[in-house]
Write a protein that binds this ligand. Structure first.
Ligand code: ZN
Length: 191
């Protein structure tokens, strides 16, 4: 699957937006990924998971369990679990601490595939990895639908994504779109 056709699929579903956005980090960017808008279609979600699964299989990576962070990673993680025929569980953030809840567990030595929807700075992915290392699991790879860092973020394990591109983000005072008189909008928020 070509990166360009994945991009078109995102655009078609309004999951890739161009404009002037204020990200949750507070930074401004001209590009925003709202992967929920593509993942709301189960067929598309399954298709994207199958494309990611090909990369895992091509590289002979064995997986016992898929772990993804809630909320963004849950749907694609679940579809990856289906495509790989392994269980799919998720971490949650409560009181600023990321952990497995709801009786989910991983066993020592289990091979864990971490699945994200969008990786930007990689900080939240690192928190997921750290929360699992405690159990003595082996993190075999990190996959994401979108990698906004174009592969720059390093987790010390193999990484795969369907759409890898460097998307610049700016501090408000350095934002050229603000300098041109534009106003940044928070994606997903109601007017
Ligand atoms: Zn701006």
């Amino acid at each position: 699957m070509q990166q360009n056709s994945i991009k078109e699929l995102f655009k078609k579903n309004n999951a890739l937006l161009n404009g002037h956005f204020k990200l949750s980090s507070g930074l401004h960017s001209d590009t925003y990924f709202q992967s929920a808008l593509i993942l709301q279609h189960p067929k598309e979600a399954a298709y994207l998971a199958e494309e990611l699964t090909k990369k895992i299989k091509e590289n002979n990576i064995k997986v016992d369990v898929v772990v993804s962070p809630a909320m963004g990673g849950v749907i694609i993680g679940h579809e990856m679990g289906r495509a790989l025929n392994v269980r799919a569980i998720f971490t949650e953030r409560v009181d600023d601490k990321v952990s497995l809840r709801r009786g989910f567990s991983v066993k020592e030595g289990e091979k864990v595939l971490v699945v994200e929807d969008v990786i930007t700075t990689g900080l939240s992915t690192k928190e997921v990895i750290d929360s699992l290392k405690f159990f003595g699991v082996e993190i075999v790879a990190v996959v994401s639908l979108v990698d906004r860092s174009a592969g720059k973020v390093d987790f010390g394990v193999p990484r795969f994504s369907l759409l890898s591109l460097e998307v610049k983000s700016y501090k408000e005072e350095d934002c050229h779109m603000c300098k041109d008189g534009g106003i940044a909008v928070k994606p997903g928020s109601r007017k």
